[in-house]
Design a protein around this ligand. Structure first.
Ligand SMILES: Nc1ncnc2c1ncn2[C@@H]1O[C@H](COP(=O)(O)OP(=O)(O)OP(=O)(O)O)[C@@H](O)[C@H]1O
Ligand SMILES: [Mg+2]
Length: 399
């Protein structure tokens, strides 16, 4: 299996640094995003004060087990929840190993660690999809049909992939008439619906077979269009597909059809963020209100966003951003004007805004919009700081 994880490593010795640097030469890790910063655990703790956390953090600390413990405490204060931490150290005793695993470290390696040891440690953290690091699921839905939700989804997916060069998987759940592949000028290998026929069969290898790549960081599961009469997919299969995708990439961008059914609502419930796109008319306002009321009633503090698209489509009679804010109690995260020439040109060329209109000012707005996602510092998800090592905790195991 090809791993697309983001990995940051903080070696303290030249040997470990060399072993880490060679990781992406391993076939399985050729697509991983690896960054190596020399300086061990103390450098890592300083680094994450100002930087977002990758899926895997590998730290080396060659001092005593108390030094490792202190380093982990400092890390726990600054690293975002759900990340895997692998420690490389000089301490070689079972008690120390147990203590570290109890504290939530995913793997402990006694140095010097070879490239193969490091690769094996990462793989062992993800043997079981449920324990793999989880990418963020961002679902896009229109308050009504045709509002521009898919256009926004594909442009956000592209922007996320190019912004930090992190892996993004786009899933187009409009099984018959989805345009995610078309919008990126791709020819899907197999329609995503076929991946959903048996929930138990869905695993990373199957997902790879259905994915079509766009550049080096964005892959999509979509359709080339079909009039086949399809039955509703099972909730179990849809949830499993998303679960596998989020174990393979930092972001999963889900394009939902404007269609209300059990599986659509279950995707909304499992998403980390939901982006509701609306156009400025009364029917959109009513349906956006229905959606936000439903989401707020069921999703506690999860992040819901509103995007007002085609905002100036009917200058005289349209509703304003203020009307939406007052009724929905949420300010638009992004407001996009009506520009049929631009969007028709991009759609017809199979290009995103960043590809076909690089200097358009909407690119910067999209970058800021994408930057708010990801539970990074300053975003809503960061407001509750992780408890000391609580984010790493899992049951003890013995070696
Ligand atoms: N700001 C905009 N200005 C002008 N046209 C736009 C704008 N945003 C999107 N469009 C166009 O609106 C049409 C519908 O967009 P899109 O398919 O993204 O909407 P949707 O909400 O996903 O629709 P559906 O309900 O079919 O899934 C497309 O032709 C797209 O190019
Ligand atoms: Mg759509």
């Amino acid at each position: 299996m090809i791993h697309r994880f983001s990995i940051e490593a903080f070696p303290q010795s030249k040997e470990t640094e060399a072993a880490l640097a060679a990781l992406t030469n391993e076939r399985e890790f050729a697509k991983a995003k690896l960054t190596v910063h020399f300086g061990g655990m103390s450098r890592a703790a300083k680094h994450y004060v100002d930087n977002p956390s990758p899926q895997f953090i590998i730290v080396e600390e060659n001092g005593t087990s108390d030094d490792i413990h202190r380093g982990l405490e400092a890390l726990a204060d600054v690293v975002e929840p759900g990340r895997k931490v692998i420690v490389i150290g000089a301490v070689n005793d079972v008690q120390a190993y147990r203590r570290l695993i109890n504290e939530g470290v995913s793997e402990y390696l006694v140095g010097p660690a070879s490239t193969a040891d490091i690769a094996a440690a990462i793989v062992s953290c993800v043997k079981d999809a449920s324990s793999a690091p989880k990418g963020r699921v961002i679902s896009f839905i229109g308050s009504r049909g045709g509002v521009g939700s898919s256009t926004l989804a594909v442009n956000t997916a592209w922007t996320l992939a190019s912004l930090n060069r992190e892996e993004v998987i786009g899933i187009d759940f409009d099984f018959n008439f989805g345009t995610m592949a078309l919008a990126l000028n791709l020819d899907p290998k197999q329609p995503v619906f076929e991946a959903l026929t048996e929930a138990d069969r869905i695993d990373p290898v199957l997902v790879e077979r259905f994915m079509t790549e766009h550049g080096s960081h964005l892959s999509v599961l979509s359709t080339s269009g079909s009039t086949r009469e399809l039955s509703e997919p099972s909730i179990e299969a849809v949830e499993r597909l998303i679960e596998i995708c989020r174990s393979m990439a930092q972001y999963v961008v889900v394009d939902l059809p404007r269609h209300w059914s059990g599986w659509v609502s279950s995707v909304l419930l499992l998403s980390d963020e939901i982006v509701v796109t609306a156009n400025p008319d009364l029917a959109n306002l009513r349906d956006a209100k229905l959606l936000f009321d439903w989401l707020r009633g069921r999703r506690g503090g999860a992040i819901n966003r509103l995007v007002l698209n085609k905002a100036d489509i009917a200058k005289r009679n349209q509703l304003s951003a203020k009307d939406f804010r007052d009724t929905l109690d949420i300010a638009p995260s992004l407001t996009i004007g009506f520009d049929p020439t631009l969007f028709a040109q991009l759609a017809n060329n199979g290009q995103t805004l960043g590809e076909g209109a690089k200097s358009h000012r909407l690119n910067e707005q999209l970058r800021q919009f994408a930057q708010q996602m990801g539970g990074k510092k300053g975003s809503i998800a960061r407001q509750a700081p992780p408890k000391l090592l609580g984010w790493l905790k899992r049951p003890a195991k013995t070696k």
